[in-house]
Each structure stands twice: as structure tokens, then as C-alpha cells.
Design a protein around this ligand. Structure first.
Ligand SMILES: NC(=O)c1ccc[n+]([C@@H]2O[C@H](COP(=O)([O-])OP(=O)(O)OC[C@H]3O[C@@H](n4cnc5c(N)ncnc54)[C@H](O)[C@@H]3O)[C@@H](O)[C@H]2O)c1
Length: 437
């Protein structure tokens, strides 16, 4: 596959400059100064095996595919309050103040633009730093102008947009989302079913900028915007960063299924106290998240194929807003399993996790891989990036792949395919074929 080389600055555009976005940006600045390591990032730390096991070729992913250098990333974004990135970092309370102080000048220089915001979609937040316009098309044009000003002032040669904004309330895709023509008409007519995250996605794709959705709301996951992505040859990905409890679920469930261990029930509950938790305290926003969190297990366990093991399991997910915890979430899982002759057992997980610490490297990998995908000429839904999402986007005729290890194999094989390397099948016959024939 022909892949253009990265040629200059890569602009990272983030609607929603909250805990995840600020932890990501401050982290990149700290890493650039060698103050910390990019732990959790496949593009920075991962390796990839090439060829047969006997060949001993295991380069770093960064040395294998042409990724943009961290030095060349520049940042911009939108939020509903007028704060600079330094203030957001301190308010979010994820990183230690001493680390934030070391990158303070960089953070203070990062501009946050006024948001496209509609309280109907995020009911727990108030903001006074918002755009006004006669209709939603005009709002999209204002976002496109912000993007253009950012490109001109930073001289970026490519750009990626990642939605890091709050979770919007639950609603299903409808007529206005079904084609690009209807969607554009809806923008002009202020259709109430077009949410702010869709307006950012539209502006991004219209500008030929790859877009990923880090939250569970629809955003780019509608036919109209997928059509636009194909029209403008732009890669897209989503939805909902796979961190914390769902990450654990998609690590553990494939293992239980692989060993044909049955499951009677899986109860997951969380406490968290950041702004994300406050937004999710609204039942309508929680419903969007719940749908996203519930889907994974059914797809992994395939109860229709394994009716003796999984047809009757009870799955419940709860999120509780508990301010004292801030960003340091605690997630409990109780899993009732059964083994040989149906004998019951239990697994308990108590994950004291840091949400934004797990999400930041995902943002980095998505930025670099989406930029790579665009330079490789890929467009539309990038299924090979399912690895990073709780509700992976797929074409309507396909079911999403949730098993973390299948997702990983798919991601790495896509990289091999891009670089014209042999795909790895793990057949294990290579040694015999080479040495015994
Ligand atoms: N942290 C994680 O591990 C994780 C995992 C999966 C998904 N997510 C999702 O990522 C998103 C960000 O998470 P976070 O912890 O940074 O939340 P956060 O509340 O700290 O940040 C979200 C920011 O988006 C802003 N915002 C809301 N609507 C906006 C709009 N229309 N335009 C611009 N800004 C807007 C809010 O003011 C806030 O500052 C959330 O939707 C969350 O559900 C986070």
C-alpha cells in the first residue's frame, strides 16, 4: 500500500477540553520534556512481530509504520467555559500540580474556542462561552472557520479531530440522519435531532479531517456522516473510549469463553466524582453510556451459539456519582461463574482506576493512527481501531467485534497489510515447513 510520509505539523482538534483532553495534552508536553513515559500507548511502546517466529523481526510499531512525531503535534479545542488548558488541568485534578507546573507555559498558550453547545443534550452543564447563530448550518460554518484559523496560524499539514466532550443524552438515529442531503437540510432548518457532537463531526469531515468519537452518543455513527466521510475520503472511528471496567470485561470474558466456563451473572458498579460522573448522573445521559457498556458481553459470549453456558446470564451496570472520588474511580465487578458439572464459583474485581490516565493514551493512538489511515488512503469506518472503543462502529451488515484480542490481531494485521508484510495467522506450521521438509 502506498502511504504518504508525514510532512509537518499534525493539528489535534478536541471538542470538549475536560479531564481526558487536558490529561492527554499535558501528558504529551511532559513526555516531550522527558519527564514521564507514554505508558499505555501502542504507537509509542508497542512492538509488532513480522514474518516467521524464526526470523526474529520485532520492530517497534513507531519504527514500522510512518507515524507523526510527538514533537509535531499542536493542539486546539472547544469548551463551554473560557479557561486555558492550565486552568482546566488544575480544575480536573487528575495530574499532580507539580507536573502541571512544569508544562504550564505550553498549557497556558493553548487556545480554547467557544463551543457549539445545547443544554438539551447535556442537561447537567451550564456554559457561557458558546457560539450563537441563526441555524445549525451557520454553527457548523463557524467551527470550520475556527479549524481554518487554527490550520493557518499553526501551519499544520494534517489534522485529526477527537470528540472528548460530555456524553449527550440517549436518542436513536432518525430520518434526518439517514442521508447527507437530509442532514444538510436539517442543519439549515435547525432540526432538533442534530446534536452538537454531530455538528463538530460534520465540520471536521467537510474539511477532510478524520474524526473519532470518544463518548457513547451517536455523533458520527449515522449514515449521513458516514456518507460524507466517504465523499471526502476521510477516516472515522468510534464510539466510547474503552477504559476501566469495560476494558477489564473484554479482557476477562474472552478468556472464560475460551475455556468454556459458564456465567450466571455479571454485576458491575462504579463510583466516580468528576464532571463526566456528574453528567452521567442524568438518567438520559446514563442510558447512552449503559447501552454502550452492556453491548460488549453479549457479542463476546455469543449466547446463541453457547446456550448451555450463557443463555441466561444476568448483566447489570451501574454508575454512581460520588464527588469525593474526583477522577479516581472505583469499579467493582461480581461475576458468578460455573464450571464442570455446573459447580458455582465467583470472581470479584475491585479496580481502583484513574479514568483519564487510561483514556489519554487512547487519544494519542487514535490521533496518530487516524492520520496514518488518511495518508494510506483509507476512508470511512476504520474497524481496525475497534480495539480502542466500547461500542465499535461497523458497517450495518456486520456485527461489532468486542474481544480485545481479536481486535488486537485485526489492528496489527492491518498495519502489516498497509506495509505489504505477510499477515500473521498463528498457524504454527512454519518451523516444520522450513526445517523438516
Ligand atoms: N475518562 C474515560 O476513561 C472515558 C472513557 C470513555 C469515554 N469517556 C468519555 O469521554 C468524554 C470526556 O470525558 P472527561 O472525563 O474528559 O469528561 P469532562 O466532563 O471532564 O470533559 C468533557 C468536557 O466537554 C465539555 N463539553 C460538553 N459539551 C460540549 C460541547 N458541545 N462542546 C464543547 N465542549 C463541550 C464539558 O464542558 C467538559 O469540559 C465523556 O463523554 C466521557 O463519557 C471517557
Amino acid at each position: 500500500m502506498e502511504i504518504k510520509s508525514p510532512t509537518g505539523k499534525l493539528g489535534v482538534l478536541l471538542p470538549g477540553m475536560g479531564a481526558v483532553a487536558s490529561t492527554f495534552i499535558a501528558g504529551i508536553e511532559a513526555i516531550k520534556l522527558n519527564l514521564a513515559k507514554p505508558v499505555g500507548s501502542m504507537t509509542e511502546m508497542g512492538t509488532i512481530r513480522l514474518g516467521k517466529r524464526t526470523e526474529d523481526r520485532v520492530p517497534r510499531i513507531r519504527e514500522f509504520v510512518p507515524l507523526e512525531e510527538l514533537e509535531n503535534l499542536v493542539f486546539g479545542g472547544w469548551d463551554i467555559n473560557e479557561e486555558n488548558l492550565y486552568e482546566i488541568c488544575i480544575r480536573s485534578g487528575v495530574l499532580e500540580n507539580s507536573l502541571v507546573e512544569m508544562v504550564r507555559p505550553k498549557l497556558e498558550s493553548i487556545k480554547v474556542w467557544p463551543a457549539v453547545f445545547d443544554k438539551k443534550f447535556v442537561r447537567r452543564l451550564e456554559g457561557d462561552y458558546v457560539k450563537s447563530a441563526k441555524n445549525k448550518l451557520d454553527l457548523a460554518e463557524q467551527i470550520i472557520n475556527d479549524i481554518q484559523t487554527f490550520i493557518d496560524s499553526n501551519n499544520t499539514s494534517s489534522n485529526v479531530m477527537i470528540w472528548c466532550g460530555s456524553t449527550e443524552i440517549f436518542f436513536e438515529s432518525s430520518e434526518v440522519h439517514s442521508t447527507l442531503k437530509k442532514f444538510e437540510k436539517g442543519l439549515a432548518n435547525n432540526d432538533p435531532a442534530i446534536s452538537p457532537s454531530m455538528i463538530y463531526a460534520y465540520a471536521s469531515l467537510k474539511s477532510g479531517i478524520p474524526f473519532a468519537n470518544g463518548s457513547p452518543n451517536l455523533s458520527v455513527d449515522i449514515p449521513a456522516l458516514q456518507e460524507l466521510a466517504l465523499n471526502t475520503s476521510t477516516p472515522i472511528a468510534g464510539k466510547d473510549f474503552k477504559t476501566g471496567q469495560t476494558l477489564m470485561k473484554t479482557i476477562l470474558a474472552p478468556g472464560l469463553k475460551a475455556r468454556q466456563i459458564g456465567i450466571n451473572g455479571w454485576f458491575s458498579t462504579n463510583i466516580l466524582g468528576n464532571r463526566d460522573g456528574e453528567v452521567l448522573d442524568d438518567p438520559e445521559a446514563f442510558k447512552t453510556k449503559e447501552e454502550s457498556k452492556l453491548g460488549a458481553l453479549d457479542y463476546i459470549l455469543q449466547p446463541d451459539l453457547y446456550s448451555d453456558l450463557y443463555s441466561d446470564y444476568y448483566h447489570k451496570v451501574r454508575i454512581n456519582y460520588y464527588p469525593p472520588r474526583g477522577d479516581n474511580k472505583e469499579g467493582w465487578d461480581n461475576i458468578d461463574i460455573f464450571g464442570w458439572l455446573g459447580y458455582p464459583m465467583q470472581i470479584k474485581i475491585d479496580f481502583l482506576c484513574r479514568d483519564s490516565i487510561l483514556a489519554a493514551p487512547i487519544v494519542l493512538d487514535l490521533v496518530l493512527f487516524l492520520d496514518l489511515a488518511q495518508r494510506a488512503g483509507l476512508k470511512g469506518i476504520q474497524e481496525w481501531l475497534s480495539f480502542y472503543f466500547k461500542s465499535p462502529m461497523t458497517l450495518p451488515e456486520l456485527y461489532p467485534e468486542h474481544d480485545l484480542f481479536v481486535q488486537l490481531a485485526k489492528l496489527k494485521n492491518t498495519l502489516r497489510h498497509m506495509m505489504d508484510e505477510e499477515l500473521i495467522t498463528h498457524l504454527g506450521q512454519d518451523y516444520y515447513e522450513d526445517h523438516l521438509n
